[in-house]
Design a protein around this ligand. Sequence first.
Ligand code: SAH
Length: 513
Amino acid sequence: MSEKPQKIGRVYLIGAGPGDPGLITVRGRECLRRADVVVYDYLANEALLDSAPSGAELIYAGKIGGLHNHEQSQINELLVRKALAGHVVARLKGGDPFVFGRGGEECEALAAAGVPFEIVPGVTAGIGAAAYAGIPLTHRDFTTSVAFVTGHEGAHKDASEIDWQGLSLGSGTIVFYMGMKNLPLIAQNLIGCGRPPETPVALIRWGTRAEQVVLTGNLGDIAEKARKANFKPPAITVVGEVVSLRDKLRWFDNRPFSGKGILVTRAADQAGEFSSMLERYGAKIFECPTISISPPEDWLEVDTAIQALSGFDWTIFTSANAVRMFFMRLGDKKLDTRAFGSCLVCAVGPKTAAALSAFGIRADLVPPDYKAEGVVAAFKAIGISGKKILFPKADRAREVITKGLTALDAQLIAPVLYRNITPESVPEKVLAALEEGQIACATFTSSSTVENLAAILGENRMLRLLSNVAIASIGPITSRTCRELGLHVDIEPAEYTLEALTEEMLGFFRRSN
Ligand code: SAH
């Protein structure tokens, strides 16, 4: 019996970019998708971990300031060990792996152990944060050169390995990494070596992330300003005349919701669209789902309907959730779209129709009015007397459709296909943000989102946590529920859509800024 040679893995040293998850490269994401093991840093945005396969082992090897979770040699050893065991390892590092990232040392260890590796460059913080702060690192009118310098070792001028004289006069723009602690010394050294104290300086903290903060000043006053503002790492320091361009070129941190935390209480699978709409205006989103979808307590009624599916004249789906849950059950029964036979399908709303088409079904009827009343009106127009209709519904569905169709003489079967469940708790991160006053606005897109939040937190606690938070409600019914629970509604659009709600929120924050 021949023994299989042991597979040797490989290591992808991937630059995660400076923070905005969109700034990882296409190649970086591709490699991440292949990983069995991901070893990631403090500065790599954790949102990127979602790109790794669901079974991948995630290992945090973060370093926070001087506090090393894993010593570098342990990290090197870990990478080698995992790769030699046959794993594909994604080593995910903030920014670019070869810019102050100790990627060179990790590669040396891999090379020495004979482990194959690939290096995927990333957008380094100096480039990314400056761009998101509206500071071009070079500009023909200001400077012809830029230097990236570590601010970490910058002890006393004489003991420093940095050529302060050369740096201060030789390079137009200077970007310091890890320089917060030594900021007073850095400024002092540059001034001492001939840079005028009026030279503009910008500090950029958490650059490219929603929480980006920028502090500007000049070499003479920046250290004091940073001290007063209690400005903390991680931040880069940009020194040079180009910093003055920020006044004209600022674009990221002056958007209407920049620096504002917004609470989104929609169901997890519905929140995405609304959240990304708000993110486009700079909001930092805190998702706190107040509704989640779960299967019925008993599948019997649904299963019976599924067995007879091709004998129905119509099946009605009123939400994408219903579509997904129904097809999940079909799949469990080893069935697929063909089980519908010649049964026609009605989809309520374009999102439901889109969910159906993902399973290869083109809806035969999409009523122009998405409300339950609109569905009844559409069937009335077709005429369904005596027809067999399947309506797999949510447990808390209104009765408009069931009553309306029965009144039209249809033979209606309406089993409960899914239940709307109230989660037991609020995510830790959201609770901390509420306690720390990081949330400027809470959004409620249905009465149940408010009621459920009150149920999860308790009414008094909800009122306390939301006391300084602007309340945005999608329409009058939701607003009434808010008021009944003691909340003061600040924002309500005339039209009940997420777009209109967003517009109204923009107006509110423009007025209050
Ligand atoms: N390899 C990384 C740098 C690691 S050194 C890169 O290429 O970006 C760590 C330092 O990078 C931090 O102390 C800080 O100065 C800087 N840094 C990393 N991410 C940052 C961010 N989002 N905003 C500001 N500075 C950042």
